[in-house]
Design a protein around this ligand. Structure first.
Ligand code: DGY
Length: 327
């Protein structure tokens, strides 16, 4: 078999790239900063595979420049930076790495939820500033998590894993809203399906687990924020643009909701300046899946997709499987 030519946009954790080097002719960008459009345009030419990460701008122009490309393996579950329609029109398969990061992202979601509810990050700052002067009955009060109602928007793999933690670990009541097919496991957990309106009105915590697309962009906006309880806490580990960030900043500033915990932002990695002065928001730099084990698993999966594709096997996670049917 002829060795495929692969462009890898940056080094990945673990040993997966060693396997790729053994299998293919690999051109790898050694830097770990953001890959520019120009670098992508220069490097996709003549390559049969592209291994990119979820923030790389693989748009229509890049796909048009890719004269030999057969497969794009995305290191990440979210692939909104890839023009999948353009890839599909050119018969290029796109794959991603869902599953690899489910449990890690669900763990982080619960961590953020608790951090916001119990004001842990705010308390950390307070203590570091040596402002703590003694325990008091009304000192630094937050909100309970145990036994409360959690609304999960997007009951896919990660939403279901969060619901499982909430129900089994914290005896929470879980409402979920999902437009697509839900994970079979969600049914067995005892979570209840609800309209978006009911979920927002009833939940003490709302956690977002939808992909970013035309239907979910700004799903949480000025209007939907108004439906939430003044004591409610919003957690977002999905994509920044699922929330209207300005509307959220206003709601937090005016205490129309109690708090938020965010891992993702609009226009990343631009600093979310409006949120910075607000004490009632926990801010993390898109690290929900950032554990050593998970990032290595994602690398294994992304490399395996390329190996499988050129070995005549169907990769595990095709995003546009219609391309395979036409072959
Ligand atoms: C993904 O894979 O889409 C996640 O955002 C990574 O944390």
């Amino acid at each position: 078999m002829k060795r495929p030519r692969v462009f890898v946009t940056r080094p990945l954790p673990g040993k997966a790239l060693e396997r790729l080097h053994a299998f293919a002719d690999v051109t790898m960008r050694e830097k770990e900063d953001i890959v520019s459009k120009e670098e992508l345009l220069d490097n996709v030419k003549g390559k049969e595979a592209l291994l990119c990460i979820l923030t790389d701008p693989v748009d229509g122009e890049v796909i048009a420049a890719a004269n030999q490309l057969k497969v794009i393996s995305n290191y990440g579950a979210g692939y909104e930076k890839i023009d999948v329609e353009a890839a599909t029109r050119k018969g290029i398969l796109v794959t991603n790495t869902p599953g690899a990061l489910t449990e890690t992202t669900a763990d982080t979601t619960m961590g953020l939820l608790i951090a916001a509810a119990r004001r842990i990050v705010e308390g950390d700052r307070y203590t570091r500033e040596c402002r703590y002067e003694g325990w008091g009955p009304s000192f630094f009060l937050g909100h309970d998590v145990y036994g409360k109602t959690l609304g999960v928007i997007g009951m896919g793999k990660i939403g279901t894993a969060v619901a499982k933690r909430a129900i089994r670990g914290f005896e929470m009541k879980v409402l979920y809203n999902d437009r697509g097919g839900i994970e079979p496991e969600a049914e067995k957990l005892g979570a209840r399906s609800a309209s978006l309106e009911e979920l927002l009105k009833e939940s003490d915590f709302v956690s977002l687990h939808v992909p970013l697309n035309a239907q979910t962009k700004n799903l949480i906006n000025e209007e939907t924020l108004k439906l939430m309880k003044p004591s409610a806490i919003l957690v977002n580990t999905s994509r920044g643009n699922v929330v209207d960030q300005h509307a959220l900043a206003m709601a937090l500033k005016e205490k129309r909701i109690a708090a938020a915990a965010l891992d993702v932002y609009e226009d990343e990695p631009r600093c979310p300046v409006e949120l910075i002065p607000l004490p009632n928001v926990v801010l993390a730099p898109h690290i929900a899946s950032a554990s050593e084990e998970t990032r290595m698993r994602m690398a294994d999966m992304a490399v395996q997709a390329i190996v499988d594709f050129f070995s005549g096997k169907t990769p595990e996670n095709p995003v546009n499987p219609t391309v395979l049917k036409k072959k």
